[in-house]
Design a protein around this ligand. Structure first.
Ligand code: F6P
Length: 366
């Protein structure tokens, strides 16, 4: 009987629970044994009851819950070969050689590393007497499939990462709330949103929330941008608007790579325009709360597809991520997607924005 495990890793994201639920129930539907790994790679390394069978009922009532009920962690130990050796030991002891990993690019690359090192780690376990040859022979390879969980929408190979839609909803609701208090006092607000190196949440929330200005890492303004910002905000005020909203991605910077800090923008608007200005850093509220309808339904479909993919995989299968392209569940090669995501970051760092945009647009498998 085929035996697989599901885990969530890295920053949590709304929609991870629907994905876990779908993975568990689809595996049971296909009569496979399904285990849940608790606390991400940390739990994988600790083993014991951190890796335990999941039942249909274990994943009841989680479809509408934020975060991940099986826990997640950012594990340093997994970056060491010794940590990965323990992980492989725990997996083979439980007879698991298929893995669905839900996480960001780092977590997914980690799973691929484990897959590539599998034989040599297994050999080491045999040589050191930790497992016998028969156990090793039963598990010649690790098969993996990834689902991209990240509110940032920062991965090439999928149009939307799991959690991005819910986080965007959270931000737009916050902008709506801020707009009303801002208008009452005729204030300006700087709203700082998450997204590490990716401006998706900032840009989309600025459009959907009707903001007046946005700073994103992918489109860094030249130093001296303060003049343009002030002209825009003055125009907004001159046209009769009672408030102004500036959205800033946490990773925003100018074209000389100087960070653009929310508090500095506040200072600029106050000093140059005399605007009564406040800063709201939304922080982790963006990652919390119930998943949106899209994150629930799309993650459920992706979880289903991930199980079909990992159950049909063989030792030679090139691992995939299951994502969404043109509103349909779609798969893309895992490591190629990770590599392109990193290439995108390098292109942006090198200020080659045209190639960066082309890379993002050209990356889809039709
Ligand atoms: O990658 C998801 C994310 O929420 C980023 O937007 C943010 O920069 C980061 O995680 C925060 O990480 P932590 O929760 O570990 O502080």
């Amino acid at each position: 009987k085929r035996r697989l495990a599901v885990m969530t890793s890295g920053g949590d994201a709304q929609g991870m629970n629907p994905a876990v639920r779908a993975v568990v129930r689809t595996a049971l539907h296909y009569n496979a044994d399904i285990y849940a790994i608790y606390e991400g790679y940390r739990g994988l390394i600790e083993g014991g009851d951190r890796i335990r069978p999941a039942t249909f009922d274990d994943v009841s009532g989680i479809l509408n819950r934020g975060g991940t009920v099986i826990g997640t962690a950012r594990s340093l130990e997994f970056r060491e070969r010794s940590g990965r050796l323990k992980a492989v030991h725990n997996l083979v002891e439980k007879g698991i050689d298929r893995l669905v990993v839900i996480g960001g690019d780092g977590s997914l690359s980690g799973a691929d590393l484990l897959r590539r090192e599998w034989s040599s780690l297994i050999n080491e376990l045999v040589e050191t007497g930790k497992i016998d040859q028969e156990t090793a022979d039963r598990h010649p390879a690790l098969m993996i499939t990834g689902l991209v969980g990240s509110i940032d929408n920062d991965m090439i190979g999928t149009d939307m990462t799991i959690g991005a839609d819910s986080a965007l909803h959270r931000i737009v609701e916050a902008i709506d709330s801020i707009s009303s208090t801002a208008a009452s006092h005729q204030r300006s607000f700087i709203v700082e949103v998450m997204g590490r190196h990716c401006g998706y949440l900032a840009l989309m929330s600025a459009i959907a929330g009707g903001a007046d200005y946005v700073f994103i890492p992918e489109n860094p303004p030249a130093p001296g941008w303060e003049t343009h910002l002030c002209a825009q905000i003055s125009n907004v005020r001159a046209s009769g608007r009672r408030n102004s909203i500036v959205v800033v991605a946490e990773g925003a910077q100018d074209s000389d790579h100087n960070p653009i800090d929310s508090d500095y923008i506040r200072q600029v608007l106050e000093d140059r325009l005399g605007e009564d200005t406040r800063v709201t850093i939304l922080g982790h509220v963006q990652r919390g709360g119930a998943p949106s309808a899209f994150d629930r339904s799309m993650s459920s479909q992706q979880g289903f597809a991930a199980v079909e993919e990992v159950l049909s995989a063989t030792a030679d299968t090139v691992p995939s991520i299951i994502g969404v392209q043109h509103n349909r569940v779609a798969k893309a090669p895992l490591m190629e997607s990770v590599a392109k995501t990193h290439e995108l970051a390098s292109l942006i760092a090198a200020k080659d924005y045209d190639t960066a945009l082309t890379l993002r647009g050209d990356s889809y498998t039709e």
